[in-house]
Design a protein around this ligand. Structure first.
Ligand code: COD
Ligand code: ATP
Length: 199
């Protein structure tokens, strides 16, 4: 039986860092952000629909999706973000389902569904357990700005489009704190694996 872990957390909370530790310990990772990229490559229905809604201004000169530009638009306008999510969410869901079924068929011990909007989109029903990676807002802002070179206002706007950390942590079965160093994070993840006999 495959154990399905839903891994979530706010933007720049440390989901990918936790996923890397889990992967190094044998887990298979399905990354919704990566799938979100696959479903909008040139030639896909996803990119066609996005262009119909947002115009060709969101394309690069080579016809790829200009993610930076689209990000600037949708993260400063909730209606636009809704329109984008309405296009991408069903495409992501279909691909996630296929990838999960394949890994379950291979009887992989631990599959991690890494999904930023896990609770917002109802994926908890697919999971045996949900885990939220959390950290204080101030630190989240700092790490986000540092990683993505965003102004404070732009970083705040991105955080504001998502569910609050408090609400996410309340909904999750397990919460992992990422306010300390990578070593402390790793310790918690290994403990989580050991407690479930998943190492
Ligand atoms: C707006 C886009 C083009 C910006 O691309 P960019 O490369 O700059 O960011 P990336 O995709 O790596 O996402 C970074 C983080 O932004 C946050 N984020 C992404 N999409 C959303 C969304 N619809 N609502 C709230 N937060 C989001 C997540 O925390 C994510 O981890 C991109 O995020 C996108 O296509 N989003 C829609 C797809 C989606 O809904 N993804 C979430 C999967 S559950
Ligand atoms: N414990 C830590 N100490 C210091 N920096 C960290 C720690 N954990 C993560 N980081 C850094 O914080 C940033 C965000 O981490 P990460 O990319 O794992 O977050 P994420 O939740 O996957 O982000 P996103 O939602 O945008 O996909 C990265 O630059 C990462 O290197």
């Amino acid at each position: 039986m495959t154990y399905v872990l839903g891994l979530t957390g706010g933007i720049a909370s440390g989901k990918s860092t936790v996923a890397k530790i889990l992967s190094e310990n044998g887990a298979e990772i399905i990354d919704a952000d990566q799938i979100a990229r696959q479903v909008v490559v040139p030639g896909t229905i996803g990119l066609k629909q996005i262009t119909q809604v947002f115009g060709t201004k969101i394309l690069t000169t080579t016809g790829q999706l200009n993610r930076k530009k689209l990000g600037e638009i949708v993260f400063s306008n909730p209606d636009d973000l809704k329109k984008l999510t309405a296009i991408t969410a069903p495409l992501i869901r279909r691909e996630l389902k296929l990838q999960l079924a394949k890994l379950q068929q291979q009887q992989v011990k631990l599959v991690v569904l890494m999904i930023p909007l896990l609770f917002e989109t109802g994926y908890q029903t697919w999971c045996d357990e949900t885990l939220s990676v959390t950290l204080p807002l101030k630190l989240q802002l700092q790490r986000l700005q540092q990683r993505d070179q965003l102004t404070t206002a732009a970083a705040q706007a991105r955080i504001a489009t998502q569910m609050s950390g408090k609400k996410r942590d309340q909904l999750a079965d397990t919460v992992i704190d990422n306010s300390q160093g990578i070593g402390a994070l790793e310790k918690q993840v290994i403990k989580w694996l050991q407690e479930r006999n998943l190492t």
